[in-house]
Write a protein that binds this ligand. Structure first.
Ligand SMILES: Nc1ncnc2c1ncn2[C@@H]1O[C@H](COP(=O)(O)OP(=O)(O)O)[C@@H](O)[C@H]1O
Ligand SMILES: [Mg+2]
Length: 227
């Protein structure tokens, strides 16, 4: 079981009803838990791929095999936080049959896992962008997800909050007990330093895993030229 890949995509294809192919011959696997990053230009199919892995879309072709429970984390946490307080929002992700004390204990537990101890009754509107993003991650943990699909989770954050979210996901994906598998989409090349493997997505398919440093070195000259 431990040797099985966390995720396998085999010749995955997806076309929108317009006929536009967002993914084609997309083949890759995630061998083990850790922080895995995807980089690619606008429209290369990154968000579509995450939606397929999350089960929100069905592949048009190919095969997707995942053995871990997925959860999506979006760029803008305001799009996924629904209830007014931190605790009530996390409770939405908990299994329904739990008793009241068990629910409270789990809420406190996931809040402490993301560095938000004591935030149970805090109104969500009083949180910073980075704290909201960590709350969204707490919700994913509360749902027992083991595969986090993070779609440019730091794009709207300042540098400090960006680092907090990165180091949180790094910790969760390298902890001793039940490390999570994180698939992280980014535009920020400096984030590649944090990953266990990085790959380039182009025109709906994914290149081989390489080290974050090597993909960063490959792409940095292009980014500088562009902007
Ligand atoms: N709801 C949709 N209907 C039709 N085409 C879409 C839809 N969402 C995305 N696309 C198209 O699919 C392609 C991949 O988009 P997307 O996965 O969002 O790329 P990325 O996240 O890499 O920017 C793009 O050409 C985009 O225009
Ligand atoms: Mg996208």
């Amino acid at each position: 079981m431990a040797d099985q890949p966390c995720l396998v995509a085999d010749q995955l294809g997806f076309s929108w009803p317009t006929g536009h192919a967002a993914l084609s011959h997309c083949t890759f696997s995630i061998p083990k838990p850790g922080l895995w990053m995807l980089v690619g230009g606008n429209g290369s199919g990154k968000s579509t791929l995450l939606r397929l892995i999350a089960g929100l879309l069905e592949p048009s072709r190919g095969r997707l095999h995942r053995r871990l429970k997925p959860a999506l984390v979006f760029q803008n946490p305001d799009h996924q936080l629904l209830l007014p307080s931190c605790g009530s929002d996390i409770e939405l992700s908990l299994a329904e049959h739990l008793s009241r004390p068990a629910r409270l204990e789990l809420v406190e537990h996931v809040l402490s896992q993301v560095g938000l101890e004591g935030f149970r009754q805090r109104p969500i509107h009083s949180l910073s962008g980075g704290q909201k993003q960590r709350l969204a991650i707490a919700g994913a943990l509360a749902s027992q997800a083991e595969l986090l699909l993070l779609d440019e989770p730091t794009a709207l954050l300042d540098e400090n909050s960006q680092l907090e979210v990165l180091s949180l996901i790094q910790d969760l994906s390298h902890r001793q007990e039940r490390p999570i598998t994180a698939l992280w989409v980014t535009h920020r090349l400096e984030e590649l330093q944090w990953c266990d493997g990085a790959a380039l997505m182009e025109r709906g398919s994914i290149g081989p895993w390489q080290s974050g440093a090597s993909l960063q070195a490959q792409l940095s000259p292009l980014a500088t030229r562009k902007g």
